[in-house]
Design a protein around this ligand. Structure first.
Ligand SMILES: Cc1cc2nc3c(=O)[nH]c(=O)nc-3n(C[C@H](O)[C@H](O)[C@H](O)COP(=O)(O)OP(=O)(O)OC[C@H]3O[C@@H](n4cnc5c(N)ncnc54)[C@H](O)[C@@H]3O)c2cc1C
Length: 315
């Protein structure tokens, strides 16, 4: 049995940010992830300048590929306009591995199956034991399922379903396109060109909204592919999209039971307007670590619920 102070389950942005903060304060921890890094994660990889501020790094010093957007091409139904902004896109394949490595974690490749609480300690698969446990395993986090399962229905926000693909493409249009509420989609579609010849295209929306109008995400994916072809943004590509679901911010998320904390998508913290989840995941991971370090209350109440203030340069 490996004994430590803190077990972090999941090495995505939430878990890695928590590990980073704990390691700065020499707290003994172990981070378990079922994947070996770098690993694929379905995500457009859009991040705000706040993410770099939270991670205490200048965007210019980020060592992997990064794209800066000074504007977005926005369409809301039939209204099209250029929105000035200052945003970034990274590749999750690179970003998550960099963040994890930067956190100097005691990282173990392990798929967590059972988590229980016994004799004042959390036990993971009868192999790891700790005083604190951090659930950073995303939408289906096993810590969440062990200690927070009864909170799920009332406290979670809307479920978002999304489908996307990131691939190499010799793109000639370097603008980032966002199409909101097209063809009845309760969400938006995107085209995000990235450095080193990658593009990320996808579509996401509220599961309840789609169901209510007897619609499917698959239909909106097909419409997106047609639009990309019509606009000449992507032509003759053999698509293999990947789907994933996650929760938007709920009204009163429960985030702590005893010394068990949940962070990031395990809570469901993505913003209500854009489904931005990376920034809130990082902030919650840092806050959980600060609670363990200083004993201060763990709260996600002041983590931003909307992304537009950042897009408009107001935050
Ligand atoms: C298609 C799509 C596009 C998106 N685009 C954006 C975007 O552009 N910008 C943005 O801000 N947000 C975006 N999001 C949301 C964002 O991806 C998530 O909010 C973010 O990844 C949450 O980070 P996390 O660390 O909480 O979870 P994750 O990134 O999901 O990390 C969880 C980790 O836990 C590990 N894990 C899971 N189960 C176990 C287990 N049993 N044992 C061990 N390890 C386990 C996984 O391997 C994984 O590494 C998008 C989401 C989707 C689906």
């Amino acid at each position: 049995m490996k004994k430590t102070e803190v077990i972090i389950v999941g090495g995505g942005p939430a878990g890695a940010a928590c590990a980073w903060k704990l390691s700065q304060h020499q707290v003994d921890f172990i981070l378990l992830d079922k994947a070996t890094f770098p690993r694929f994660k379905p995500c457009a990889g859009w991040i705000t300048p706040q993410v770099f501020r939270d991670l205490e790094i200048d965007a210019a010093d980020y060592p992997e590929s990064i794209t800066r957007f000074t504007s977005f091409q926005v369409s809301i139904k039939d209204v099209h306009f250029k929105l000035r902004t200052n945003q970034f896109a990274i590749r999750r394949f690179e970003f998550d591995a960099w963040l994890l490595q930067r956190s100097n974690p005691n990282y173990v490749n392990h798929t967590v199956k059972t988590v229980c609480f016994m004799n004042d300690h959390y036990l993971v698969d009868d192999a790891f034991s700790a005083k604190y446990i951090i659930g950073a395993g995303g939408t289906h986090c096993p810590v969440n399922q062990s200690f927070f399962i009864n909170d799920l229905k009332e406290k979670k926000g809307s479920l978002i379903v999304a489908q996307e693909e990131e691939f190499t493409y010799d793109h000639s249009d370097d603008r980032c396109y966002l199409w909101f509420l097209q063809n009845g989609l309760p969400g938006y579609a995107w085209y995000v060109p990235k450095t080193n010849g990658f593009v990320n295209v996808g579509v996401g929306g509220s599961m309840a909204g789609l169901k209510a109008s007897h619609d499917t995400l698959k239909r909106h994916w097909t419409l997106l592919v047609e639009k990309l072809n019509e606009l000449g943004l992507v032509r003759n590509h053999d698509y293999h999209p990947i789907g994933h679901s996650y929760y938007l911010r709920g009204k009163a998320p429960v985030t702590r039971r005893g010394n068990a904390f949940i962070v990031g998508d395990s809570v469901g913290l993505a913003t209500l307007d854009m489904g931005e989840g990376i920034g809130p995941a990082i902030q919650s991971g840092i806050r959980a670590a600060e609670t363990i370090i200083s004993g201060r209350e763990y709260s996600v109440a002041t983590i931003h619920k909307f992304s537009f203030p950042s897009i408009l340069g107001l935050r």
